[in-house]
Design a protein around this ligand. Structure first.
Ligand code: AMP
Length: 285
């Protein structure tokens, strides 16, 4: 948890805009470093990652960067909420915040790209074909800049988490990836910066995702097979009013291939113009 003494002792967050400054400030830190990467518009989900990093590491570095490479044509890159001032206030007690410009991050590049492989073509990657290559690029760069002992990622973006684990291993990034559980609103909606796009009515409709996942978990616990759970999940969400299903599946949480008994139910759907994702661990019969 946030130590009160620590909160009192550090009144100003060190905000750095360039890679050079980031390297210099990181070099000043003595002791273990935890990294939390975000696109800003921070909410309790992000803050949970920061709290966890604070618990497990002596220093915390947070990046706030809306990475253009992970948005496809026609997606919400321009509309994505950018609230740096409010984000800095929410963060309070961290050592460094890195908020670069696109120019600083990529210069006139990127001229070298990472091919994120097969996992990046499934589910999220089918609908968003360039998304995970963009994620892989920015995650690799920021981990290389900070060289953290641990990097914290949310289970909300389960396929991203699986990809980041793979990147860390295959590209020898040399950090430890820590997964942090999904933070939800009281009604169950998974917190997301994109929830700010939802009208009140859409917020109600979006609850169908969490409710369908809870039912999937209950069915699995009652002995249903992964295939049955998946079929019911899909049917339930296809019938949900105001919800346009993209995919619903029960997968292996590492490969996103067929699930064994320890599966992950994953969903993506549009509620109005807003695309939402959610997931839940399910134990199937
Ligand atoms: P984003 O700013 O959406 O790119 O998210 C930055 C990090 O916060 C990622 O590791 C996300 O998985 C994580 N995150 C976002 N929303 C949540 C949430 N509701 N619960 C847990 N982690 C989250």
């Amino acid at each position: 948890m946030w130590g009160e003494a620590a909160a009192r002792s550090r009144l100003v967050v060190m905000l750095v805009r360039t890679k050079q400054e980031l390297r210099e400030e990181v070099a000043r830190l003595t002791g273990s470093i935890g990294l939390v990467m975000t696109m800003g518009a921070l909410h309790e989900g992000h803050l949970n990652l920061v709290r966890r990093a604070r618990e497990e590491c002596e220093h915390v570095v947070v990046s706030i960067y809306v990475n253009p490479l992970q948005f496809g044509p026609g997606e919400d890159f321009d509309a994505y909420p950018r609230t740096l001032e409010a984000d800095l206030e929410l963060l309070g007690d961290v050592d460094i915040v890195f908020a670069p410009s696109d120019e600083e991050m990529y210069g006139s590049g990127p001229l070298v790209r990472i091919d994120p492989g097969e996992l990046a073509g499934k589910f999220e990657g089918k609908t968003r074909p360039t998304h995970f290559a963009g994620v892989a690029q920015v995650v690799t760069k920021v981990i290389n800049l900070v060289r953290p002992d641990k990097a914290f990622f949310g289970q909300k973006d389960a396929q991203q988490l699986a990809l980041v684990r793979l990147l860390n291993r295959e590209l020898d990034l040399g950090t430890e990836i820590v997964a942090v559980p999904i933070a939800r609103s009281e009604s169950g909606l998974a917190l997301s910066s994109r929830n700010s796009y939802l009208s009140e009515e859409e917020q109600e409709r979006a609850l169908a995702l969490h409710e369908a996942l809870l039912e999937a978990r209950a069915e699995g616990a009652a002995g249903a097979s992964a295939e049955q759970v998946e079929e019911n999940l899909r049917q339930r969400l296809s019938a949900a009013p105001g919800v346009q299903l993209d995919y619903a599946a029960v997968v292996d949480p590492v490969t996103f291939g067929p699930a064994g008994t320890a599966g992950l139910a994953i969903v993506a759907a549009w509620v109005g113009p807003t695309r939402l994702i959610d997931n839940m661990e399910v134990t199937c019969g």
